[in-house]
Structures are given as structure tokens and as C-alpha cells.
Design a protein around this ligand. Structure first.
Ligand code: HDE
Length: 757
């Protein structure tokens, strides 16, 4: 029988089986038994995309505009071939002179396979190398129509997007939970071309002028001699730079706050940082700052959790994002703008809007919601999508323009330049993930990796040979095409060429202090500990002393506390302290309660305990859009329940709250730990790994609930049942309800020792 027929015959049943085989990763999500793990002997169609992924060709431009075949290499196909399409019989044995003889140079397939492999890696991003992304859509409310004519903001317009989150300093394989700034870059595939909003989770930047970007990054990256430490700012070169270069102090205090260690990408704000210029249909311009507000609130890890996760699950944020999407808990943000009059000074209430080390407190200029972002599809191929996406602060659409912020101005050059070396040439916008979802007639030609087969003979303007095409958009064309990009006709003040900043850029401390003054006591405590940790990791005394001087200029209490931790005297301020009004919006403890979408709830199970209660609670957790993780003494099943973590493989830091449904006795494999901890004579009644889990959850102020024998487990672990955030009861369901309420504030903050303001 012909192969094509066989494939067709097999297709139906295989697709069925393949769909069955897609056992969801999320525990508890329904899923039939996996298909047998046997290598097929007949050609069969490949697995369809997972339910949480979209077919790549459906998400990117059709290719009609570039001439590229959109279906190329999206599937595995029936037969193995060479790169030039020749069918192969064998890919497991190199061609040799006899089965024990030397390999022959003529083995083209061997050389092609190995050569391609040798070149699989591309340079990682020089910053933001570690990242993870997802597809989704942006839906405009129409509320920005009066200030911006971009189609992406038209009421009801839905625009496909790809978002990539990242850390800044670490390399591609570094841990997700390092203390760092996070990138939040969004590509909007609008019907007027691509718009990239390349944002961060911190609204200010380290430097005021892009010319210093290599300096701050060289200082933050590992030391050049031994290339350590990886993905950390806790080292001499970083603090050397930021203590000398005090305009970095505002950004740095954000890094030292809980914002530097987010709980999840889904729980971060995003900020465009710079002031942008919007243009409306009448040509009137306004200045705006972009803000992403997460539906789930802004929440962070504790420092101990972040450090532990670096080892327990370095992919914690990546996993969290993909799992949430797969389980249907789609991450969501609102896009908002602070709007300012486009006055010649570009100053609002005394705040220089062109200084990227300054915010405008939300209390002075409210963030006005203009649309909603939903991430609902995971990537199909990490490299093709997350790695190859190329953002650029200059990818603008008609109606969205830039200002003269000197940091933004440098970015307008840097992003294209970096893609040339990272993606190997000027045609990276033809890659599927970068292609606009609109027609492209750019008249750019040739170059490395040209995918298009351009027709026509006249890639120049003006021409007659291609009928004058393509035409510049003008009044004689359809309304759609007349909405061409028009640079806002902004007056540039007559001036002298200089290398200097405006005087207003010299204030490095007033807003840094405002951030400090806006924090609740718990948050202040965390900031003190973060500085003490980071400076404590520095070797050079002079660097610590210089940073203490900067802290003295922010706040005497902050400085004194950190100085005590370092064993150094606290210096006096060298600048007058300015008390700006605190901005409550800066604290993470304001607002709420927050939804629990995609939150992880651990359930400690004893095989001899209340398994019916566990089943009921598990179902209720799933129904609430959260994820139950059963922790048990062994893998496989306990009663009828699948075990997701054993006491050996699971750690407390993976969950947001824990429920204790029994009091498991020490298992045989816990014996060494037990003996070490308690001594041979003193046999604990509770498995010591459960004790550790509960102790850690308690220390990290997580909600803890217990019922039945679980209450005994709390006692055995030394957890007071009347402590804040600890709930006990006679039935699991009622305990869960209270635990859910506690999770609405992210943590039982009172337990962290400092009262909530
Ligand atoms: Fe970037 N930045 N940046 N940056 N940036 C890059 O572009 C740069 C800045 C941001 O997920 C690079 O494709 C300069 C501010 C994000 O792919 C590079 C300056 C903000 C990402 C680059 C800045 C950002 C980047 C590295 C100072 C927040 C990750 C790889 C003038 C508003 C994008 C790449 C992704 C990536 C240059 C400052 C955000 C080298 C020169 C301010 C989220 O082009």
C-alpha cells in the first residue's frame, strides 16, 4: 500500500490516540491514560499541537507578503529527509568501511547532521538573556481614542500579542528567582504594523542617558576574571558603580524591595519607563506613561523562598507561566496611561517627564485603563518564538511616538543593532514570530537569511517599471492606508550642542526617599535586609561605606539598620532630606483581596488519614481555579489519588498555602534525617520532612490549614494553631474556605514580625 494511503488510514485513530496521550501537566486536570511508549513501525501523522498551544502558522503572518511558505517545518511529516528533502533510510549509523572500520568522509548525512547541530546555538541576548514568553491578545476599551488614533486602541479592537518576560543580568540558563529587574516586553501585531512596548517591572531606570548602558551592565554582570557571581547584584562591581553613580539609587531601592523578587510574572506590574507621545486624529499630542496592572495584584517571594527556589526549581517563573496558561488560569493585565499635557517644558508638577529616574506618583496623575491583555497560549517551540522574537523600542505605529528622553533615544538605535549579531543579519523581521500580521512592502532586499522571493524589477523609488509601486500613503488612497506613520511635528528648542544633562536630573534622592517613605513596615524591613545581604557580600570596605553614604541620603533609619548589620558606623547625610508625600500605590500591601487564579495549594496526605476529605478539598481547589499538589510519603497513588510530590521531591517553596490532612509517621527513607535531627533514642511522631515543610511555610507566612489528624501534625511540628494565618477545623472544606480568604492577601503578614501599616 502506498505510504500516503497508510498515513490517511492511520490518521484518524492516531490523532485520537495522540490527543489522549496529551496528559495535562497540571495535576488534577482531566486526562486519559497515555499512549503506549513504543516506537511506531509505520508512518503516522505527528501529534497535533497541545490544547494550550496554537498552530504556529495560524498565529503568524501567512507568508503571502514575503513569499515564504508558512507551513515549512511546522510539522514532522511522515518521512525523515535531509535538509534538501531526500528521504533517508538510516540516521543512526554513520557510513563506515566495515562495521568496525573508520567513518567515511563521503557521508553527507552525517556531516550535515553534525554541522547543523554544531551551529544550533545563537548568541544569547546581551541583557535579558533569561526569559520566557506566551501568546495572547490585547483588547482595547476605546478610552484612549481621544488622545491616540492608533488602531490598537480603537474600541473593541482585538490585537494578537506575544509577551516575553525576563531577568536582566543572568545568562540564559540562570535561575528565575534572582533579585533583579524583570523585563516585560510586548509585541502587538496590530493591523497597522507591529508595535513593541518594551517595558520593565520597575518604573525607573539606573541611568538617565543611554550612553552609560554598557557601564551599568558591565558592573552588574559577573566579574570578568572568574565570571562570578551569576545572576546577582550582590557583588563589588555592581555596588561600586551604583554608589558612585547615584542617579542609580532610585532604581536600586526598587531592586532591594520585594519588587526585585516577584512571586510570578503574572503578579508583576509593567512600566514603559519613558514618557511617550500620543497623537490623536486631529494631530493633537499628549505625553503618557504606560502601566501594566496585573489582575492578580503585585506579589513577591520572600528572600529565603527566592534563594531556595534557585536550587529547588530554577525554572519557577517559567513553569508558573506555562502551567497557569495550560490550566486555563490565563494571566491578565490592564494597560493604563498617565496622561500629561504636551507642554514645551515637558514637566508635570515639578517632575521632569524626560528623566527616566523619576516617576509621577499615581496619586498625582491617575492611571487610566485603556485595554486588557490576556495570555492564553503557550509557545510551541521555545527557540523559534521566545528566543527569536526581536523587540525594538522603535517599532512604533501611527499615533504612538517618542520623546527626547536621552535613554529612549539610545534605545532607538540599540535594539536593531543587537538583532544583527544575535539573529545573524538584517532579515530577522521575516522570522515567523516577528512577521507583522499585515502587508509588508519595504523594498529592503537580499541580505543573510532572505526568505522572500521578491518579484518585480524595481525595488527603488521613484520607478516606472513596477508601475510606481509601492506608493507612499497619501490622500488619494483608502482611509486605511492614509493612516501612515507621521512624525509628530514637535518644535526642537534652538540650542547649542553639549554633553550635559538638565539641572533637574541632579536630584537623585527625593523620589528614592519617597519610595522608602511609602513602604509599610514589613516592606521596609525587607529592604533593610536586602541591602544588608547585598553589601555584606561585597569585599571592599570602601564600597560598603560609599553605599552607606547613599543610604544616609535616603533615610537615617535605613542607613543605621544596614550599618549595624555590616558592623560599620552610619554616616550623616550629605544632602538635605526632602519629604515628598508618600505614594500608597507604591506599596504592595495596598489593595486586594486578590484572586487566587493558578495559586498552588499543597496537601499533605497520610495514606492512613482522611482521604475522602482530601478528595473533596482537591476538587474544591480545582473548582476555584487553583492547583492542588498532593504531597505523600511515596509516589504513585495514595488511595485513588495521584501523588504529585513525595516528601523527598517536594519543597514548601513550591506552594502558596498548605493543607494538612493527616500526620504521616516517619517513612523508612527519612530515617537518616530523623536520626540526625532527633537522635536515635528520640523517635519523632511526624515525618521530619513534613515538619520541615510546615516550619518553612510558617516562616514564610503562608496560610496553613489542618483538620482531623492534621491538627496533631501541626502540634508535632511546633506550629501554634492560634498563630495568624493558621486555621484548624473538623472538615477539610471549611478549612479550605478560610485558607482561601487568607490567600487573598498573599501572606499572613502579621506573622512576619512587623505590623502591617
Ligand atoms: Fe533594553 N535592551 N536597553 N531596556 N530591554 C535589550 O535588546 C538597551 C532599557 C528591555 O525580551 C536588548 O533584543 C539600551 C530600558 C527589555 O527580548 C538591547 C538601553 C528598558 C528587553 C537593549 C536599554 C529596557 C531589553 C538586548 C539604555 C525598560 C528584553 C537584547 C539606553 C523600559 C526584550 C535585545 C526581550 C533588551 C538595549 C534600557 C527593557 C541590547 C541600550 C529603560 C524588556 O538592545
Amino acid at each position: 500500500k502506498d505510504v500516503a494511503d497508510k498515513v490517511a488510514d492511520a490518521a484518524e485513530s492516531v490523532v485520537e490516540k495522540a490527543t489522549d496521550a496529551l496528559t495535562p501537566q497540571i495535576p488534577g486536570a482531566p486526562g486519559p491514560a497515555p499512549a503506549p511508549l513504543k516506537e511506531p513501525t509505520e508512518p503516522v501523522p505527528p501529534l497535533p499541537p497541545k490544547p494550550d498551544q496554537a498552530a504556529p502558522q495560524a498565529r503568524t503572518a501567512t507568508g503571502a507578503d514575503t513569499g515564504a511558505d508558512p507551513h515549512v517545518r511546522t510539522q514532522q511529516g511522515a518521512h525523515l529527509t535531509t535538509a534538501t528533502g531526500v528521504k533517508l533510510r538510516d540516521t543512526d549509523h554513520s557510513l563506515k568501511a566495515g562495521s568496525r572500520g573508520p567513518t567515511l568522509l563521503q557521508d553527507h548525512h552525517l556531516r550535515e547532521k553534525i554541522t547543523h547541530f554544531d551551529h544550533e546555538r545563537i548568541p544569547e541576548r546581551v541583557v535579558h538573556a533569561r526569559g520566557s514568553g506566551a501568546h495572547g491578545y490585547f483588547e482595547a476599551y476605546g478610552t484612549a481614542e481621544s488622545i491616540c488614533h492608533a488602531a490598537v486602541f480603537e474600541k473593541g479592537e482585538t490585537t494578537p500579542v506575544f509577551v516575553r518576560f525576563s531577568t536582566v543580568l543572568g545568562n540564559r540558563g540562570s535561575m528565575d528567582t534572582a533579585r533583579d529587574t524583570r523585563g516585560f516586553a510586548t509585541k502587538f501585531y496590530t493591523r497597522e504594523g507591529n508595535w513593541d512596548l518594551v517595558a520593565n517591572n520597575i518604573p525607573v531606570f539606573f541611568i538617565q542617558d543611554g550612553i552609560k548602558f554598557p557601564d551599568i551592565i558591565h558592573a552588574g554582570k559577573p566579574h570578568p576574571d572568574r565570571e562570578i557571581p551569576q545572576a546577582q547584584s550582590a557583588h563589588d562591581t555592581f555596588w561600586d558603580f551604583v554608589s558612585l553613580h547615584t542617579e542609580a539609587q532610585h532604581h536600586t531601592i526598587w531592586n532591594m524591595s520585594d519588587r526585585g523578587i516577584p512571586r510570578s510574572y503574572r503578579m508583576m506590574e509593567g512600566f514603559g519607563v519613558h514618557t511617550f507621545r500620543l497623537v490623536n486624529a486631529e494631530g493633537v499630542t499628549s505625553l503618557v506613561k504606560f502601566h501594566w496592572k496585573p489582575k492578580l495584584g503585585v506579589h513577591s517571594l520572600t528572600w529565603e523562598e527566592a534563594q531556595m527556589l534557585g536550587g529547588v526549581d530554577p525554572d519557577f517563573h517559567r513553569r508558573d507561566l506555562a502551567d497557569a496558561i495550560e490550566s486555563g488560569a490565563f494571566p491578565e493585565w490592564e494597560l493604563g496611561v498617565q496622561v500629561f499635557e504636551d507642554n514645551p517644558e515637558q514637566v508635570f508638577e515639578g517632575i521632569d517627564l524626560l528623566d527616566p529616574t523619576k516617576i509621577v506618583p499615581e496619586e498625582l496623575a491617575p492611571v487610566q485603563p485603556i485595554g486588557r491583555l490576556v495570555l492564553n497560549k503557550n509557545t510551541t517551540n521555545f527557540f523559534a518564538e521566545t528566543e527569536q522574537i526581536a523587540f525594538h523600542a522603535g517599532h512604533l505605529v501611527p499615533g504612538i511616538d517618542v520623546t527626547d528622553d536621552p535613554l529612549l533615544q539610545t534605545r532607538l538605535f540599540s535594539y536593531v543593532d543587537t538583532q544583527l549579531s544575535r539573529l545573524g543579519g538584517p532579515n530577522y523581521n521575516q522570522l515567523p514570530i516577528n512577521r507583522p500580521h499585515t502587508e509588508v512592502n519595504d523594498m529592503f532586499r537580499d541580505g543573510f537569511h532572505q526568505h522572500a522571493v521578491h518579484s518585480g524589477v524595481a525595488p527603488y523609488k521613484p520607478n516606472t517599471l513596477d508601475g510606481g509601486c509601492p506608493f507612499a500613503a497619501g490622500a488619494d488612497l483608502s482611509e486605511e492606508q492614509t493612516k501612515a506613520f507621521t512624525d509628530a511635528a514637535v518644535r526642537v528648542a534652538e540650542s547649542t550642542k553639549v554633553r550635559e544633562n538638565p539641572v533637574s536630573y541632579d536630584d537623585h534622592y527625593s523620589q528614592t526617599r519617597q519610595f522608602w517613605l511609602s513602604m509599610s513596615p514589613v516592606e521596609k524591613e525587607h529592604i533593610i535586609r536586602a541591602y544588608t545581604f547585598e553589601l555584606g557580600k561585597c569585599y571592599e570596605q570602601a564600597i560598603k561605606e560609599r553605599q552607606l553614604q547613599a543610604l544616609a541620603n535616603i533615610d537615617p533609619v535605613l542607613c543605621a539598620e544596614v550599618a549595624t548589620g555590616l558592623g560599620l558606623p552610619a554616616p550623616e547625610p550629605t544632602v538635605p532630606l526632602t519629604d515628598l508625600a508618600p505614594s500608597p500605590a507604591l506599596s504592595q500591601l495596598t489593595g486586594g483581596p486578590w484572586p487566587g487564579d493558578g495559586r498552588m495549594v499543597g496537601i499533605v496526605v497520610d495514606p492512613d488519614g482522611d482521604l475522602d476529605g482530601v478528595t473533596e478539598v482537591r476538587t474544591a481547589i480545582l473548582a476555584a481555579g487553583m492547583v492542588p499538589l498532593i504531597f505523600a510519603p511515596h509516589g504513585g497513588k495514595v488511595g485513588g489519588l495521584d501523588v504529585q510530590r513525595t516528601f523527598a521531591t517536594g519543597r514548601s517553596v513550591e506552594v502558596d498555602a498548605v493543607l494538612v490532612a493527616g500526620s504521616p509517621v516517619p517513612a523508612p527513607d527519612a530515617r537518616p534525617l530523623r536520626e540526625e535531627k532527633a537522635g536515635a533514642a528520640d523517635t519523632p511522631t511526624l515525618d521530619p520532612r513534613v515538619t520541615m515543610l510546615l516550619e518553612e511555610c510558617f516562616r514564610h507566612a503562608k496560610a496553613i490549614g489542618a483538620w482531623g489528624a492534621g491538627v496533631d501534625a501541626l502540634a508535632a511540628a511546633g506550629i501554634a494553631t492560634d498563630a495568624p494565618g493558621v486555621v484548624t477545623g473538623s472538615a477539610g472544606a471549611e478549612v479550605l474556605t478560610e485558607v482561601q480568604t487568607l490567600m487573598g492577601t498573599h501572606r499572613a503578614w502579621e506573622r512576619l514580625g512587623a505590623p502591617v501599616a
